[in-house]
Design a protein around this ligand. Structure first.
Ligand code: NAP
Ligand code: HSE
Length: 324
């Protein structure tokens, strides 16, 4: 039985979920995968905050102490670009594998980080960065590796979908629905990333690069920040729903991407996607159309994706290709 030590950066919605899920599944993973995964240190901003059920001795406010502590895998769940980027770069330079849920960082600096990982013979797991608990990254990297993807379209932001569902089903105003999404831990620390469309655009870039390569020829991003109850009610009167939809498709010279609010007829497959759920429709030339659906945000669903990357790296620590 190999022991795998984790340096966990962040103990918020997803970090806390990771600690809880690992506690629940640790024995099962020992039996199934032959690895014993343990959290050795946890980075937080406020070490005095009450976090019931976690040994206070694990907490530190020094990222450097944790990253340089010799852990096997650094799990980055801090969020944002600047501090998180510095932490990830240091971990990779130290020869540590990294698992992250940080789509903002990957959309901004993914190519550089993957190149650094490759140079240092370590891996970056990023399943949790797109669509929470839905294993869409693995599907595109492995399951669909034999086909040519023609288009990807779907609901990639749980907060927007939760807000639109509450406005539609409970007649809530936008601000009240956003507050609920924040209370439930779905929204980003800066929720304008969700409702402005940038979070979905970052996820679409990650999926698009896996499916089509890096060349984006056109990108249009609109959010739902100005959606009104009148708009939602008018859609309902026409037997439709408002949804925030992201689409990437091949175009001359590369890939064209759009993130926008759309009115969909109530029989459209994406119209039935509610609350914090996400859905992705992938069209492959050989396999045709497939739809992946599930929880796109939230503590345990996202933690499950993080833990799946940790298990994969822990089980094959010497496989160092980053993107395959
Ligand atoms: P969160 O609840 O705000 O938690 C962030 C954690 O990081 C907190 O424990 C915070 O410490 C710590 N932290 C933040 N900045 C720090 C710094 N500079 N130094 C030390 N510690 C710092 O965030 P989250 O919702 O878990 O999201 C984490 C990441 O997962 C983000 O990249 C997000 O985009 C991604 N993600 C989130 C979800 C979701 O449903 N929430 C789903 C998929 C992906 P304190 O606790 O002391 O404040
Ligand atoms: N804020 C993001 C969302 C978290 O609502 O989809 C999951 O990536």
């Amino acid at each position: 039985m190999r022991r795998i030590n984790i340096g966990l950066l962040g103990c918020g919605t997803v970090g806390r979920g990771f600690v809880d899920l690992l506690a629940r599944e640790r024995e099962r993973i020992r039996g199934r995968d032959g690895v014993d995964i343990a959290v050795r240190r946890i980075l937080v901003r406020d070490a005095g905050k009450s976090r019931p059920g976690i040994d206070p001795a694990l907490f530190s406010t020094s990222a450097i102490d944790i990253i340089d502590d010799g852990c096997d895998i650094i799990v980055e769940l801090v969020g944002g670009i600047h501090s998180a980027g510095a932490f990830v770069r240091r971990a990779l330079a130290n020869g540590r594998h990294v698992v992250t849920a940080n789509k903002a960082l990957l959309a901004e600096a993914g190519r550089e980080l993957f190149a650094t990982a490759e140079r240092n013979h370590v891996r970056i797991g990023f399943e949790a960065s797109v669509c929470g608990g839905i294993p869409i990254i693995r599907a595109l990297r492995h399951g669909l590796a034999g086909d040519r993807i023609e288009s990807i379209s779907g609901i990639l932001n749980g907060t927007c979908n939760y807000i639109l569902t509450r406005m539609e089903q409970d007649d809530l105003e936008f601000d009240d629905a956003l507050r609920l999404a924040q209370e439930r831990g779905f929204a980003e620390a800066d929720p304008s990333l969700d409702v402005g469309g940038d979070d979905a655009a970052q996820k679409l870039r990650i999926l698009g690069e896996l499916a089509f390569g890096p060349q984006v020829v056109r990108m249009r991003v609109h959010g739902i920040a100005d959606v009104t109850r009148a708009e939602v009610e008018q859609a309902r009167a026409r037997r439709g729903v408002v949804r925030h939809v992201a689409t990437a498709r091949r175009a001359a010279g590369g890939v064209e991407m759009r993130v926008e609010r759309r009115e969909l007829p109530e029989f459209h497959p994406l119209a039935a996607v509610r609350d914090e759920n996400n859905a992705i429709v992938v069209r492959g030339r050989a396999v045709g159309e497939m739809m992946f659906q599930g929880k796109g945000a939230g503590s345990l669903p996202t933690a499950a994706a993080v833990l799946s990357d940790v298990i994969e790296i822990a089980s094959e620590p010497n496989r160092t290709r980053v993107l395959t």
